[in-house]
Design a protein around this ligand. Structure first.
Ligand code: NAD
Ligand code: UDX
Length: 464
């Protein structure tokens, strides 16, 4: 049985970085090299100052400190790393296509294909290729076809090993995964490859939690897991609107249904809408696959999860406008939070971006405070929507690094991310310095509504 000694991971992003850091930490005798085309990203991963790592994840710095330079390396020498490795993880981005067939729905696999071609070109010894990126079911077939036509006699086995970590809790998710999923070909060679990867994980994950399947089940399970999770959020968000119309309280409803062991208590937090790089992209991809196979009812069913999420974001923004006497033009609206959830600096698909865009259409003056997101990132996010010119975006969207300054003089505060620190602010001081009446729109239900109302705020939460 092959014992892996050298691993390469292509893609040093939110998944590749933390995943490989933990793999290296738990397998000191395996050399793990994470490569990326992005020179700045690699330089940041190598920065002696651990606060400069390119992504923020609680606990990541300690793991990098322990393993980096010992058996964990970050490099831009992609070819060399490919050549050396017995096992290659592909962990590059697979965004929604923005052009051509499947535009706005299908996953763009160009980065995956580039990796496959590069591996095919460079490899001179047999290798196990591991799909770590989230991919449409049947992608392994395309990768195999590219790799098998090199004519240089190198043999490849392809495995699917999707990642289930959530951002903000990536390190604990990686250390104690609910399960590790490994799909591979059901041939002798395929099973050997599966076993080699099982052994890498088995140094820290219980065997009973390592699930092996055929490759298509593994690829599809990742899309389905995200679709089910997102569906729970859209379901409770749909109920939040019903609660607002009936004096029911969505938190009480969530608790009541969550105590049913068949439903369970997790992922029932009503919010301004889910964000993140995965949920929307993966559901759209699922919908696209279903449509491509002529399964229109299946496609329509899952598409509703996205439509409800769009509705929830719009509803939140529209409610701000209507509550502020139907005009926010020239009014200062302060955002607490821009990241798509707490404890991450990731803003991809964050509800904050869409709510800001909608309010900027109404000519509101937005000032944002987020403990981990930079002004450049926020401008980039809003410019990416292409709704108005960059200079107009600059005019309507400002950033403050001090929360009290951000909130000073505001007509309304909108909470877009559930950062813990928001609860600890001196809300009396904030109230004193705001325009009156002072409104709070709590898109995450994190603030103490009763306390704020005692101070004098007019508070609107989700589903209450
Ligand atoms: P990311 O954008 O943070 O990182 C991808 C990296 O790959 C980038 O740094 C990019 O420069 C690099 N890259 C692209 N093409 C390359 C090439 N040919 N050679 C070398 N480097 C290349 O993306 P991510 O968030 O880490 O996601 C990666 C994959 O994992 C996606 O398929 C995503 O769906 C999946 N995933 C993400 C999460 C998450 O929470 N972010 C969770 C589970 C699965
Ligand atoms: C998700 C999956 O959880 C993870 O397994 C997969 O690997 C990647 O996609 P992530 O997007 O990082 O992880 O974060 P997650 O915790 O799932 O939150 C996604 C979005 O849903 C966030 O915007 C979050 O605020 C929102 N959410 C989540 C809710 O609004 N309510 C909830 O009850 C849970």
């Amino acid at each position: 049985q092959q014992k892996i000694k050298s691993i390469c991971c292509i893609g040093a992003g939110y998944v590749g970085g933390p995943t490989m850091a933990v793999m290296a930490q738990r397998n000191p005798d395996i050399k793990v090299t994470v490569v990326d085309l992005n020179k700045q990203r690699i330089a940041d991963w190598n920065d002696a100052d651990l606060s400069k790592l390119p992504i923020f994840e609680p606990g990541l710095d300690q793991v990098v400190e322990e393993a980096r330079g010992r058996n964990l390396f970050f490099s831009t020498e992609v070819d060399q790393a490919i050549q050396e490795a017995e096992m290659i993880f592909i962990s590059v981005n697979t965004p929604t296509k923005t052009y051509g067939k499947g535009k706005g729905m299908a996953a763009d696999l160009k980065y995956i294909e580039l990796c496959a071609r590069q591996i095919a070109e460079v490899a001179t010894t047999d290798k196990i290729i591991v799909e770590k990126s989230t991919l449409p079911v049947k992608t392994a077939q395309a990768i195999k076809s590219i790799l098998d036509h090199t004519g240089n006699g190198v043999k490849f086995q392809i495995l699917s090993n999707p990642e289930f970590l959530a951002e903000g809790t990536a390190m604990t998710d990686l250390a104690n995964p609910d399960r590790v999923l490994i799909g591979g070909e059901q041939t002798l060679e395929g099973k050997k490859a599966i076993q080699a990867l099982v052994d890498v994980y088995a140094t820290w994950v219980a065997k009973s939690q390592i699930l092996t399947t055929n490759i298509w089940s593994s690829e599809l399970s990742k899309l389905v897991a995200n679709a089910f999770l997102a569906q729970r959020v859209s379901s409770i968000n749909a109920i939040s609107e019903l609660c607002e119309a009936t004096e029911a309280n969505v938190e009480e409803v969530a608790k009541a249904i969550g105590m049913d062991s068949r439903i369970g208590p997790k992922f029932l937090k009503a919010s301004v809408g889910f964000g993140g790089s995965c949920f929307q992209k993966d559901i759209l991809n699922l919908v696209y696959i279903a449509k491509s196979l002529g399964l229109n009812q299946v496609a329509d069913y899952w598409e509703q999860v996205i439509l409800m999420n769009n509705h929830q974001r719009n509803r939140f923004a529209n409610n701000i406008v209507s509550t502020l006497y139907n005009t926010v033009s020239g009014k200062k609206i302060a955002f607490l939070g821009w990241a798509f959830k707490k404890d991450t600096n990731d803003t991809r698909e964050s509800a904050a971006i869409y709510v800001a865009d909608r309010l900027m259409d109404e000519r509101a003056q937005i000032t944002v405070y987020d403990p981990k997101v930079t002004a450049t990132q926020m401008q980039g996010d809003i410019n990416y929507l292409n709704t108005r010119s960059e200079s107009e975006n600059k005019q309507y969207l400002e950033t403050e690094t001090d929360p009290y300054k951000a909130l000073e003089g505001a007509h309304a505060i909108a909470v877009l991310t559930e950062w813990d620190e928001f609860k600890t602010y001196n809300w009396q001081t904030i109230y004193n310095n705001m325009s009156k009446p002072a409104f709070v729109f709590d898109g995450r239900n994190v603030l103490d509504k009763v306390e704020l109302e005692k101070i004098g705020f007019i508070v609107q939460s989700i589903g209450k």
